[in-house]
Ligand binder design. Structure first.
Ligand SMILES: C[S@@+](CC[C@H](N)C(=O)[O-])C[C@H]1O[C@@H](n2cnc3c(N)ncnc32)[C@H](O)[C@@H]1O
Length: 157
């Protein structure tokens, strides 16, 4: 893709998306945030981070925090730049949550990519071959949304 420099940020390596600055001027940001509290990353890694997004208990609070985060991401990118966000569905007590639909994103949606999701809890079978929750169709995909900021990037070559 001709990427010259890339920066990789996660609370796990000391960068807190909710409080630290988003690096400015990137042509492309790729974000893979927690799908609400589907996986408790703190517990998963045996470490507790105070601002871990996956510890937000309330869905509306999660959506609001993520909407603010993506406003900051949008503001941070260069004119004409793009950001992509990979998100999946969550089913909780029979209710379906779709953060990709509920979070407010800025810019123009220029692409939507459907990706097969592996190792989901709804995809696990018991010894008789029955899926965990057979009342619903299994969740087997994630969505990569790509948004573009208005403007023009002058490129050499
Ligand atoms: C869906 S996973 C993405 C994992 C990534 N694709 C990888 O392969 O390492 C969500 C990530 O968000 C991170 N995270 C949770 N809260 C965060 C925060 N406040 N700031 C930065 N990263 C956070 C978690 O540590 C976790 O690694």
């Amino acid at each position: 893709m001709g990427i010259v420099t890339s920066v990789h940020l996660d609370i796990n390596n000391g960068w807190d998306a909710l409080n630290d600055e988003v690096p400015q001027g990137a042509d492309l940001v790729f974000a893979h945030p927690p799908y609400w509290n589907m996986i408790d990353y703190a517990k998963f890694r045996g470490k507790k981070y105070v601002h871990d997004i996956s510890s937000i208990g309330d869905y509306d609070a999660y959506v609001s925090v993520m909407s603010s985060l993506f406003t900051r991401v949008y503001e941070s990118i260069a004119a004409g730049g793009r950001y992509g966000v990979l998100l999946g569905l969550i089913r909780r007590r029979g209710k379906l949550y779709d953060p990709a639909r509920d979070i407010q994103f800025h810019g123009t949606l220029v692409d939507e990519v459907i990706k097969v999701q592996h190792n989901t809890s709804s995809g696990r079978q018991d010894l008789s071959g029955k899926y965990g929750n057979s009342r619903f169709t299994r969740i087997v995909h994630e969505k990569l949304l790509i948004y573009q900021k208005q403007g023009y990037i002058e490129r050499s070559g």
